[in-house]
Each structure stands twice: as C-alpha cells, then as structure tokens.
Design a protein around this ligand. Structure first.
Ligand code: AMP
Length: 121
C-alpha cells in the first residue's frame, strides 16, 4: 500500500480543509478529533507522508520521531491531563481499525477511561 495524498489528514496538513488546531511544531500537528470519545480527544499527526505507525517507525528520521513525541507531550501538558493520566492509541491497519491512512496517535483523557479493551481472544 502506498501513501494516499488525498487522505483527509493530508488535506488538513496542506490547509485545504480546516481543523481545530491545538499544537504544532516543525514535525507534527495536533488537532481535536471531530467525533470526541472523551472530554480530551486530540489527534497528533506527523507532517511527513507516513501511512501508519509501522511506516513511521520504520522510515521516519530521528528528528521526526523526536519532534512527534515532543508534540505528544506538549498536547498532554496543554490539555491538562498530565497529572490525572491519559491514553495514547495508534490504530494500525485493518485489524487495528485504522480509518485514516496517515499515521496518527489519539490522545484521550479528562475522565477515567476504563479498561483498554473488552476481554476476548
Ligand atoms: P482511526 O480509526 O484511528 O483512523 O481514527 C480516525 C479518526 O479521525 C476518527 O476518530 C475520526 O473521528 C477522526 N477524524 C476524521 N476526520 C476528521 C477531521 N476532519 N478532523 C478531525 N478528526 C477527524
């Protein structure tokens, strides 16, 4: 699978569609999810064209990875969830139920989130 430059997050990065931006650095952009699942639900995306967590982990430079992870921390700090805690999710591929083929991490918090998954094999 090759990166689709028409995916919705690529359009957000190009400024073709708006987003509720809350943080940006040289390597990452963070904005609120349009269908929030918690009081705090932010998506952090790299500015580079990476379709998934695996693609990013394998191919991104050390600077891109560091910039991305610093953005995750900045979002946690800015949204006030550092002390109470939060959850990071990177849905990947079909079984991971990834809908948008541009790597993104969900940062969720603002309430107790319960168990990570329902039990099941
Ligand atoms: P995933 O299943 O991890 O690929 O989730 C994609 C997420 O992107 C979902 O939680 C959607 O609500 C969110 N989403 C889709 N389009 C937009 C958009 N234009 N702005 C903000 N969030 C979006």
């Amino acid at each position: 699978m090759s990166y689709d430059p028409q995916n919705i997050f690529a359009k957000i990065l190009r400024g073709e569609i708006p987003c509720d931006k809350i943080y940006e650095n040289g390597h990452a952009l963070a904005f609120r999810d349009i269908h929030p699942k918690a009081p705090v639900h932010v998506l952090i995306i790299p500015k580079g064209a990476y379709e998934s967590s695996s693609d990013f982990s394998e191919k991104a430079s050390a600077e891109e990875i560091a910039g991305f992870m610093r953005a995750v921390h900045a979002v946690a700090e800015q949204t006030g969830v550092l002390d109470a805690g939060y959850r990071l999710i990177a849905n990947t591929g079909a079984n991971g139920h990834q809908e948008v083929p541009h790597f993104h991490v969900h940062l969720l918090g603002g309430r107790p989130l319960g168990a990570m998954l329902q039990a099941g094999r």
